[in-house]
Design a protein around this ligand. Structure first.
Ligand SMILES: C[S@@+](CC[C@H](N)C(=O)[O-])C[C@H]1O[C@@H](n2cnc3c(N)ncnc32)[C@H](O)[C@@H]1O
Length: 403
């Protein structure tokens, strides 16, 4: 295939949430899987995007693409299947009045003890928080839910932000672990601290009027007309087995009316980047990347930690075909598409996801301009021990629609 693979390691931090964790408003809630504001700003500039142009992020996560577009006066649409991601993106983009936030904050204190009403997530929540903190959280939630908009979203976001901090659990990006080294923080100090940070951001950042929409939808079936976006900037889930419904179970159960059954259902429907996702969509024209079959053949004889890994790998490329077909459909002629992706190793075999997705794009008629390698990541300790060290690329694939 005739496209260049170039290295630009100055982007290594920008494909992580490092910088967004310090940027006003972006930092109100980050996923461990987010990229940074500066990456989006740079891509918008590289693609020659001007104020009034349109952008799409079909896996909008914590809203990085949409916020950066707002800064530049670019109209943007975000899509995500996880209610947490849709809520976070939407809430970061609302316009808030600091005076109203301050005045409503007075209703909240002191936080009294509350109790469970009907709550399908009772058992999970009860083991995740100290009893007294959970009582206060439930009361805080009740008071916040009674507030007018948009303050209700502002305080809900602040509450979501501190949820981990005051729980027994921590989220390391791939798993939920129980804290053994530190005591959980206290709601009474963490919540006002977070509200104060968010208020400072309101004072500092220009909240320009913007034209943004966030949809809860599936990136494999984008419910929009064709040829409407000047660019697409996104990062799909990586082929790394991370299951967002488990990683963010606490947030989903606490605030999104999920219970363990609805959560399971959502788990099946997400992109097949983790082993429990299922084939929920028919993809009739799918053609796998050329080397996939041969790689899967080699994997046949390797030890895998989970027997569903093979099915997941097949499913991932099939789903990404549907995503790319849909992305190409809604992009304008000569528009640019950027996907931030990570290569992955299973059974000692490195899957060059970036090149394989570039090939899928080409099969769909997109022109791959280049793959930019932003950083190299280490392998899991198990892979290293068994097969030695081989770093995995994290890259940005850039296509142009020139069908
Ligand atoms: C890597 S994260 C995106 C992070 C984002 N770029 C940011 O800066 O925060 C991937 C997102 O894809 C979402 N997702 C998974 N399967 C999906 C699907 N089939 N359709 C739409 N979104 C999906 C997840 O909920 C998650 O929010």
């Amino acid at each position: 295939m005739g496209f260049p693979i170039v290295e630009d390691l100055s982007l290594s931090r920008l494909v992580t949430p490092y910088e967004s964790r310090k940027s006003p408003i972006y930092r109100w809630y980050n996923l461990n899987h987010s990229y940074s504001r500066k990456l989006v700003l740079q891509l918008l500039e590289d693609f020659g995007i001007k104020p009034g142009d349109t952008a799409l992020d079909p896996f909008c996560g914590s809203g990085t693409t949409l916020l950066a577009c707002r800064e530049k006066g670019v109209k943007a649409v975000g899509i995500d299947l996880l209610p947490l991601s849709v809520f976070v993106t939407y809430s970061k983009l609302l316009e808030y009045s600091a005076e109203k936030v301050i005045s409503d904050f007075e209703q909240i204190y002191p936080v009294r003890q509350g109790s469970f009403g009907f709550d399908g997530a009772k058992a999970y929540l009860a083991k995740s928080f100290p009893e007294v903190e959970l009582g206060k959280l439930l009361e805080l939630r009740r008071v916040i839910y009674g507030m007018p908009q948009p303050q209700r979203n502002f305080f809900t976001l602040a509450m979501l932000n501190i949820l981990r901090e005051i729980s027994f659990t921590k989220n390391d990006g791939a798993f939920i672990r129980f804290k053994t080294d530190v005591e959980p923080g206290k709601l009474e100090s963490e919540f006002p601290r977070q509200v104060k940070t968010m208020l400072e951001d309101l004072a500092g950042a220009a909240q320009s009027a913007s034209d943004n929409h966030v949809l809860r939808a599936d990136a494999r079936r984008i419910p929009l007309k064709e040829g409407i976006f000047d660019c697409v900037i996104t990062s799909p889930p990586y082929l790394n087995r991370h299951d967002y419904t488990r990683i963010y179970a606490l947030e989903l159960l606490f605030n999104f009316n999920e219970n363990t059954d609805t959560l399971k259902n959502l788990r099946y429907k997400l992109l097949r980047s983790h082993v429990e996702a299922r084939r929920t969509i028919e993809i009739p024209d799918y053609k796998p990347p050329a080397r996939l079959e041969e790689m899967m053949e080699r994997l046949q004889h390797r030890y895998l930690p989970n027997k569903k890994v093979k099915e997941m790998i097949w499913g991932y490329f099939e789903d990404m075909y549907a995503v790319l077909a849909e992305t190409a459909r809604v992009t304008k002629q000569s528009g640019h598409i950027a996907f931030v992706v990570g290569n992955c190793r299973y059974g000692g075999i490195m899957f060059p996801v970036d090149e394989m997705l570039a090939e899928i794009g080409e099969n769909l008629g997109l022109k791959t301009e280049k793959i930019v390698v932003a950083r190299y990541r280490g392998n899991s300790p198990q892979q290293m021990k068994k097969y030695g060290k081989e770093s995995a690329r994290e890259s940005i694939i850039i296509w142009e629609k020139s069908l």
